[in-house]
Ligand binder design. Sequence first.
Ligand SMILES: C[S@@+](CC[C@H](N)C(=O)[O-])C[C@H]1O[C@@H](n2cnc3c(N)ncnc32)[C@H](O)[C@@H]1O
Length: 204
Amino acid sequence: MAHVSLPHDAKAGPTKPEVRAVLLDKLDLGPADHFAEVGSCTGAVTIEAARRAGRVTALERKPNRLETTRKNLAANDVTAEVDLREAEAPEGLPEDANVLFLGGSRNYEAVLDRAVEAGVDRVVMNVSRLEVAGAATEAFRERGLLDEVIQFQVSHGYELAGATSFDSENPVYMLVGGTAEVATDGGRRRSGPQSARRPDGRRR
Ligand SMILES: C[S@@+](CC[C@H](N)C(=O)[O-])C[C@H]1O[C@@H](n2cnc3c(N)ncnc32)[C@H](O)[C@@H]1O
């Protein structure tokens, strides 16, 4: 799959490629999915999702960042129908999304309440601030949403005096879960109304 091109910058993001790779595995998007994103910002996740899901609804509270999402989206090939909304979640969240990603943390408790009410199959939240990560982990747990907490510590090597040294990025916490029953394989993937399973039990 082509790399994501982000010619336009925003003051936050993008979610780094190494983190996106794991995020995409956890989201497990396919053509039957309607993916909702809170905080699209540079559009890096929006673009990746729009190459996999059937529908994407991306919310961004800051108009200039939503414009960056729009421009970066236009610079990439995607297949999904994408609806970009200037809104601060939970306002503006679609009723029928079955996969939810929180890249922004404002109102996250209300957003998670909506995820529970809507019975979303999978919900993932990325957090960089330690205190927010701890509180959000509790919020996932209290709502019965939590499957996994992953911490990323990514460093990139560079040449220094003929050897290799490293520049490290800020740690990122990824909270992964959903409203599905726990399956026999320990996973949480569930067939929602718009979903179907492959013979190996993974979602289409
Ligand atoms: C860390 S950035 C997300 C980075 C994004 N995943 C990317 O790859 O560019 C967080 C973004 O979420 C937005 N945001 C935070 N809370 C939000 C909410 N409740 N609704 C909509 N946007 C929100 C912020 O304005 C910010 O642009």
